[in-house]
Design a protein around this ligand. Structure first.
Ligand code: NDP
Length: 260
């Protein structure tokens, strides 16, 4: 097993990509702290982890926009496991669309504060102990929107470009301390976030849901959505000892949508 005796703290772990990462890490022997705002969802994922794998897991309520909430969530995990996490997956995120002229400050701040601010807060909460221990993994779930622009997503894209800047800079700061910092940049993934995107296209354009979904699928040269499990498989590699040479990278899982 690749993550035996490791402790992973996964934000946005109550569904979709975060859930898939929690299950994939547990399959590799890691103990898991699952954090998000919706109590029932984190509880459910912890139940699945405990039922399927011989590891320990805890559900913590956490709003990554709020420093105190993040501090408390890490404290709860520390109390349970007697130590801070070896691996942090900054996956909690929101994505809504808006023309820039209609993007008000609340919308802007919500995206920046969740996607980028949350990554900052959770990394900050975990890093000192990783440095002390001389081992750590920070895995940021960014997006191909962190590398390219597109209409209607200026706030989301700005937040994800920010995540890549943080990833690359911090990776260089901690490179000599046994810690790696990387980002995963998925294309459209088959999750609730994408379903909400489909609903939005239907509402704004009058297309059928099937047509809207096909349009998103066609954005990939593979003409399909990525699965959460594909994102999780890369997260396992980055979290493992095998991945120790991969640092400061932003790796696309997008079927070739962005080729650079
Ligand atoms: P989902 O909407 O299905 O899940 C998002 C998760 O983040 C939920 O668990 C949600 O829980 C949590 N979350 C949202 N806001 C907060 C907050 N303030 N504090 C704590 N947790 C929060 O999205 P996906 O699984 O699809 O997305 C996961 C990540 O992957 C995001 O960062 C997203 O940007 C990125 N991504 C997704 C793509 C896609 O096509 N789906 C493509 C590229 C990147 P709750 O609401 O209960 O707090």
């Amino acid at each position: 097993m690749k993550l035996q005796n490791r402790l992973a703290f996964i934000t946005g772990g109550g569904r979709s990509i975060g859930r898939a990462i929690a299950l994939a890490f547990a399959r590799e022997g890691a103990n898991i702290a699952v954090a998000a705002r919706t109590r029932e969802q984190v509880d459910q994922v912890v139940g699945e982890v405990r039922n399927q794998f011989n590891v320990d897991a805890i559900a913590v309520e956490c709003d990554v926009r709020n420093s105190e909430s993040v501090r408390d969530a890490f404290a709860v995990a520390r109390e349970k496991f007697g130590r801070g996490p070896d691996i942090v997956v900054n996956n909690a995120g929101i994505a809504r669309t808006s023309l820039f002229v209609n993007t008000d400050e609340e919308f802007w701040v919500d995206h920046l504060d969740t996607n980028l601010g949350g990554t900052f807060r959770c990394t900050h909460a975990a890093l000192p102990e990783m440095i002390e221990r001389g081992w750590g993994r920070i895995i940021n779930i960014a997006s191909i929107a962190g590398k390219t622009g597109a209409p209607y997503v200026s706030a989301y894209a700005a937040s994800k470009h920010g995540v890549l800047g943080l990833t690359r800079s911090l990776a260089l700061e901690v490179a000599m301390q046994g810690i790696t910092v990387n980002a995963i940049c998925p294309g459209y993934v088959d999750t609730e976030m994408t379903s909400r995107g489909v609903e939005n296209i239907v509402e704004k354009t009058g297309r059928s849901a099937d047509d809207a979904l096909k349009m998103l699928e066609r954005m990939s040269p593979q003409n399909r959505l990525v699965t959460p499990e594909e994102v999780a498989a890369l997260a396992v590699l980055l979290a493992s000892e095998d991945g120790r040479g991969i640092n400061g990278q932003a790796i696309n899982v997008d079927g070739g949508t962005v080729v650079s």
